[in-house]
Design a binder for this molecule. Structure first.
Ligand code: URA
Length: 213
């Protein structure tokens, strides 16, 4: 189940919404938060890949031959933005185990909220692959914009963005910079606060999944 408008798909499947509510609660444990983020990663992957092309091939079942669909076209690369993007990666890899992974290390300077790159490692054939950037919290949009810029610089041509939560401000800034990158998210929240956090949100996703605060 998903609602689409102007390049944004809100995945409003009841399982996703229920798991997101659990994640928002401040008393949810680190262990549960990490498990839920992984599970939502898998459910979002299901929607992000919904339109992948298929071709019919002939196969033999134990009883007869038949025409059956198989995936065709560009292979996948998942590109988690460190650290919190790692939380959705394993769920996505459960569904698409042959996908490659590009790690994008970016952090937000707490004073300026600008992005600083500290690590980047991607497959060499990005141009021939469909790249799914994983950024659980699309807050100011700066990190996701910088990640897409960097992946394009490294050759990526077809890119999608999977997030858990988006702010209206971050979404519109991201789409202003990258109008051709479609976005999937479990929810679009109300606003950003003065520190660049999403409200009502769920706090700092990296800290909550690794128990670092
Ligand atoms: N990053 C987070 O982890 N949470 C927010 O609310 C914003 C950015």
């Amino acid at each position: 189940m998903a609602r689409q408008s102007k390049g944004v798909t809100v995945v409003d499947h009841p399982l996703v919404q229920h798991k997101l509510t659990l994640m928002r609660k401040k008393d949810t444990s680190t262990k549960s938060f990490r498990q839920l983020l992984k599970e939502i990663g898998a459910l979002l992957c299901y929607e992000v890949t919904r339109d992948l092309p298929l071709e019919m091939i002939e196969i033999e079942t134990p009883l007869t031959t038949m025409q059956a669909p198989q995936l065709v076209g560009k292979k996948l690369v998942f590109a988690p933005i460190l650290r919190s993007g790692m939380g959705m990666l394993d769920g996505m890899l459960d569904l698409a185990p042959a996908a490659r992974v590009a790690h994008v290390g970016l952090y937000r300077d707490p004073a300026t909220l600008a992005c600083v790159e500290y690590y980047f490692k991607a497959p060499a054939d990005l141009a021939d692959r469909l790249v799914v950037v994983i950024d659980p919290m699309l807050a100011t949009g700066n990190t996701a914009i910088a990640a897409v810029d960097r992946l394009m610089e490294a050759g990526a041509r077809e890119i999608r963005l999977a997030c858990l939560l988006a702010s209206p401000e971050g979404l519109s800034k991201f789409q202003g910079h990258h109008p051709n990158v479609r976005v999937w998210t479990a929810a679009v929240d109300e606003q950003l606060n003065d520190h660049g956090y999403i409200l009502p949100g769920l706090g700092d996703a990296g800290d909550r999944m690794y128990g670092t605060r």
